[in-house]
Design a binder for this molecule. Structure first.
Ligand SMILES: [Mg+2]
Length: 282
């Protein structure tokens, strides 16, 4: 898939020249004002911005500042392309958050090389961030990221539920069919869960997963349980899950206490036959 580059310049011919250089290799969007540029980055998926500085109303510095101070857009690399060549302007550009600064007249091939470099760096950063925050086998959040987001959610929302899920007799699956099948079981479970339940979903241990979600999702947990019960992995393996649910109440001082109650319910589900949901107030 092509990367999308947003070109911003108040002089249309400048846009056309840049567009001609980049068309074919990239999906190119154009904005003729700072305001339009901000609207586009906030509403579309932009991978990189080439930004003029001198524009009426909202200038390039202001556009860059806005991009860098918005959670959704702050990681988009911004490269200034400008005829302002004095050192103070260049320094200001980097201070505001640009990754590069190209002065006009620019060399086409150098411009293209810099775009490539910054897109590559952006992709690597995204990959590193993904690896740092996810369990790469299942795509669920890793334990650390799960708790980071769960704590945030706990602190800002009283109407939440903690859910603990465990794959029943997982050790038996591994022992009987081998780790290869065990891995497929875990991956399949995670995929179906992500497609069924909206919430903060993390892998907390080997075959143990946690979810923080709102009331809407709680009724879907039994649908999840049934979906899993009806699966057949590799034409031979069936498995089930047990689920413990707790609703946040005034006794829960922190996320650990909420999840502890969910865990007690999970324990009860496992102790009373498995393949079931226990949701009991503690
Ligand atoms: Mg201009």
């Amino acid at each position: 898939m092509k990367n999308t580059i947003l070109l911003v310049d108040d002089v249309r011919i400048n846009l056309e020249i840049l567009k001609k250089i980049l068309d074919g290799s990239y999906d190119v969007l154009c904005a003729e004002s700072g305001k339009e540029a901000i609207k586009i980055v906030q509403s579309m998926n932009v991978d990189l911005v080439l930004l003029d500085i001198m524009m009426p109303d909202v200038d390039g510095y202001e556009v860059c500042h806005t991009i860098k101070h918005n959670k959704k857009t702050k990681d988009i690399p911004v490269i200034f392309v400008t005829s302002k060549v004095d050192e103070a302007s260049i320094v200001k550009g980097y201070d505001i958050g640009a990754v590069d600064y190209i002065t006009k007249p620019y060399k086409k091939k150098e411009l293209v090389a810099k775009i490539k470099t910054h897109l590559k760096i952006k992709k690597l950063i995204e990959e590193l961030e993904y690896i740092a925050t996810h369990d790469t086998m299942t795509g669920a959040l890793n334990r650390r990221q799960f708790f980071k987001l769960a704590i945030e959610k706990f602190n800002e929302d009283d109407n939440i539920y903690g859910v603990m899920i465990d794959i029943d007799k997982f050790k038996n699956i591994n022992d009987t069919y081998g780790h290869h099948i065990g891995d497929i079981v875990i991956k399949t479970f995670a995929k179906i869960t992500k497609n069924t339940i909206n919430g903060i979903f993390g892998r907390l241990g080997g075959e143990e997963f946690g979810i923080i979600c709102d009331e809407n999702e709680i009724s879907k947990l039994d649908i999840l349980r049934q979906k899993i019960e009806n699966l057949i992995i590799e034409d031979k393996v069936k498995f089930t899950i047990s689920i413990g649910i707790a609703k946040k109440n005034q006794n829960h001082k922190n996320i650990d206490e909420l999840l502890h109650d969910a865990d007690l319910n999970l324990y009860e589900a496992k102790g009373s036959g498995r393949n079931k949901i226990v949701f009991r107030r503690r």
